[in-house]
Design a binder for this molecule. Structure first.
Ligand code: C5P
Length: 219
């Protein structure tokens, strides 16, 4: 059984998906991290991000790895562990730009389906239920108001010692949502057979329990 969790930026997908995977003893696959790794490399190499061909070639000629270490997923660009670097606001915005390119998505689709082949995966992203794993047994569309998503991100960053401006964060999240929902290829949308979970006002525990119940009912 595979589980697809999609939704807008900052809806808590990765935290929830990781917890659900741990509970069910499934493998967690963070597809956003793959677009982030590519964006990180584009920035590192100072390639023009508007050049779809150059971005696509970069992906073709390098390797993105998702590796489990000590119970956590680490992200590699070739041999470089980029797990921490790919979380910056600059990488977030750039990730949604490289993710709008059809030639990039085509390659990612192949990589992601290969990763899911093992079965029993919880995969999170934007197009998992609609494109990557259309046959996933359980599909969840996780969302929350943009204000709440910004507040969560703000708290998360503060806990890590980074002070940010809440209004600025909310603006960035809305900008990324707009780009993700309006792109031509595999835009962010709820699959027809996905269950909508609005997490506004819910705790992580409540969301995880709710999803586990949905899995139980479906499985
Ligand atoms: O989920 P996360 O915020 O890490 O994703 C970063 C960006 O990668 C998103 O804003 C989106 O543009 C892109 N993405 C995507 N399809 C996915 C996962 C992520 O387009 N399946």
């Amino acid at each position: 059984m595979n589980i697809a969790i999609d939704g807008p930026a900052g809806a808590g997908k990765s935290t929830v998906a990781q917890r659900v995977a741990r509970q069910l003893e499934y493998v967690y696959i963070d597809t956003g991290a793959m677009y982030r790794a590519l964006a990180w490399a584009v920035l590192q190499k100072q390639l023009p991000i508007s050049d779809e061909n150059a971005v696509s070639e970069l992906l073709k000629n390098n390797k993105i790895g998702l590796v489990r270490q000590a119970g956590q997923q680490r992200v590699f660009w070739n041999e470089i562990d980029v797990t921490d670097q790919i979380r910056s606001p600059e990488v977030s915005q750039s990730a949604s730009i490289v993710a709008s390119y059809g030639s990039v998505r085509e390659q990612m689709l192949v990589l992601q389906r290969e990763l899911a082949k093992q079965g029993n995966v919880v995969m999170d992203g934007r197009d998992i239920g609609t494109h990557v794993l259309p046959d996933a047994k359980v599909k969840i569309f996780l969302t929350a108001s943009s204000r709440e998503r910004a507040e969560r991100r703000w708290r998360e960053l503060r806990e890590k010692g980074t002070e940010t401006d809440l209004a600025e964060l909310q603006k960035e999240i809305e900008e990324r949502d707009r780009r993700d929902t309006q792109r031509e290829v595999a835009p962010l949308r709820q699959a027809d057979d996905a269950v909508l979970v609005d997490t506004t006002g819910m705790t992580i525990d409540q969301v995880v329990d709710h999803i586990l119940q949905i899995c139980e009912r479906t499985g």
